[in-house]
Design a protein around this ligand. Sequence first.
Ligand code: ZN
Length: 350
Amino acid sequence: MRSSQKISLLIVVGVALLAWGLSSLAGRRVETSSLTEEGKLMIKKVEKTDEEWKALLTPEQFRVLRRKGTERAFTGIYNDRYEPGLYVCAACGNPLFSSETKYDHGTGWPSFADAVRPGAVTFHEDSSFMMNRTEVRCAACGSHLGHVFDDGPPPTGRRYCINSVALDFKSAGADKDAVPAGKTETAIFAAGCFWGVEDKFRRVPGVLSTEVGYTGGRTKNPTYKQVCSNTTGHAEAVRLVFDPGRVSYEDLVRLFFKLHDPTQLNRQGPDVGTQYRSAVFALDKAQEETAQRVKSELDRSGAFGRPIVTEIVPAAEFYLAEEYHQQYFEKRRRRDGGNPDECGGDACGR
Ligand SMILES: [Zn+2]
């Protein structure tokens, strides 16, 4: 090795060591650092006095962000918003959550499956109100955002339950109306009482909207009462619009098989009748093939111990159910609190 090469090598090693030293220093301060678009590590700590925050924030923002308050459930402006974009800290603008991991957990607060990047938020033990919870704060300004729980959807399994008022939303572009037209897909599943089925699908990141209705039968414009009488041939079904860039039809089919018992013929638990049958209503050949393939695979694997009776048929006309059935559990939570998640066999009694 020539001496000039040795010198270059020394310089390279020196720079590497310096970078390592700096990064480990920065690592200790990761709670106050954030990545720029170029991916550089940059300390961007925001510190203000209470007086300065009060001048900057609304009283409600100050109460939640700076006094660890909680907004009332179902009152926040971002609870039901799903257009693409970035949620930033309402106090300091630090990017916190992407709309890509936003989903509906039915709690009345915006739910996210992950932070937009590691280090965007910090975690703190919180034993207030006789509960052991993990508080989530903005890593840049230390403002209170909400809490994180471990009952979220895969793959993270996490649920960041965040106050709307702690967030500002930056739309992804001029097109604020969600995924560009033509880029969404629709799926229709029947898996027993549609209240619970819709509630579960609504929580899947990438599912943009859901509706419950009746399909697969003979009667035109059926009512709930007619469908309950088990004479219309219709199944209680959920129609969902999803972004295939975020969740595939196959993922949804697999989830469909997981969230009910596809070996029960014309019933789900206490709910008995053909309106509760297990069915995939395929909107095209590709959906039909995917559903058949997953069904055969699960059958072969013996996953359910008994043969799967799910019918896979071409989608027919879908009749929207009455308004009070739409997002039924969410409405009940909003009205009664608590966490209803079972139809309990009383579906047709209402
Ligand atoms: Zn902040």
